[in-house]
Ligand binder design. Sequence first.
Ligand code: ATP
Ligand code: MG
Length: 455
Amino acid sequence: MAKSKTKTVFFCKECGYESAKWMGQCPGCRQWNTLVEERTAAPSRGKKAGTARAQKLTGLFEVSMEEEERMDSGIPELNRVLGGGIVRGSLILVGGDPGIGKSTLLLQICRNLANAGKDVVYVSGEESLKQIKMRADRLGGFEKEVSLLCETDINVAAELLRERKPDMVVVDSVQTMSSEEVTSAAGSVSQVREVTSVLMQFAKEEGIAVFIVGHVTKEGVVAGPKTLEHMVDTVLYFEGEQNAVYRILRGVKNRFGSTNEIGVFEMKQKGLCEVSNPSQVMLDGRPLDASGSVVVCSMEGTRPLLIEIQALVSPTSFNMPRRTSVGIDYNRVNLLLAVLEKKAGMQLGGCDAYVNLAGGMRLGEPAIDLGIICAVISSYRNLPVHPGTLIFGEVGLTGEVRGVSFVEQRLTEAIKMGFTRCIIPKTNEEALEGSLRNRIQIHGVSNVREVIEIL
Ligand SMILES: Nc1ncnc2c1ncn2[C@@H]1O[C@H](COP(=O)(O)OP(=O)(O)OP(=O)(O)O)[C@@H](O)[C@H]1O
Ligand SMILES: [Mg+2]
């Protein structure tokens, strides 16, 4: 190989934008201070001589539509997030904070596929064979062989894998892999992109499912998997508090299924175990007769999830009242407090307000607005909301309560969980069919004043 000249380029850590000079703001994603300097070999333009293939055009009707073959990962929660199983030839990125359980989950998938008779290779760039063995011993249940490879050079690994042609490959992690063709250090934006593109070619050409692990770092030289999100077919994120036992696997992008499905797991001695009834888990141990606690329903993909919102409103001893929120958008909380002040005449300007979502979850659905409002009212008035009450609805700036979608699913989940009363938007109530009405008491509300009366 001819020795290539190195040159200095700047890459955006967030979107991978490439620039010859440094800029304060990335023109790609408009974020500030995200460009980092890297020395790379000048990229080889075009393919190497002799590798060009003759291509022909294909008509849309000519394309045969066989169902893409999906492999059962042996973990129903994961299958759901993936849209029904692991698609052959797909590239799946699993991101998450350090220690959240990425390697554990992937080793569990390897075990299940191997036990089902598939050929599986686990490539690790960050752990020794002993460490992987220790984790496997902890998980237990390995009946058939899983092939391991400790390697950090992606081209060496890819060559070996091309000969082997397994059914599935796990690469843990993309930041520890490097390619000789790029001179910058492992984990840099250009390395991560190169490694991913090698893996992508390999996955598509050989029709092998490839899982790659990506670390998420707050700040620093290591490229976040954001850069990769465009390149891969599916992006899964592992969320959850480090010290909470519950871990949430969220589909952020999926070329083979719907996104925003979640899978809920619990970290145990035997690895990640599925939680089949997450609403139950989220509501466990909630105070039943405390003011400031209400239960809302949020749709996570196709699944309704009941979750507790807590608010604490107390007179402030500062000039500026303090407001914090955990698990909910801070600005959204401020906006709802302003609506309550203006439209319901509550004097919140002199009060500190803290709003939390229980269980380490993060929710962004507007349907929880009404729940936040109710929690704040309940805490402000020091009146508990009846514990069998479920609340959902979107709240607008004029204090109106707007309808939300998937009302039947939400109500069915509420009934399943033993709730007896529901406060929902008036428009949703009017459109509701009779059978549900008999099974749960429903109050339709059209603005926040009516909510206060009902509470
Ligand atoms: N014996 C055990 N019982 C319960 N949980 C354990 C046990 N051993 C380890 N864990 C959990 O497993 C986690 C480590 O999981 P894992 O190594 O899969 O994470 P990771 O996301 O791959 O981390 P990294 O970013 O370091 O690669 C620990 O943080 C701990 O919570
Ligand atoms: Mg790991």
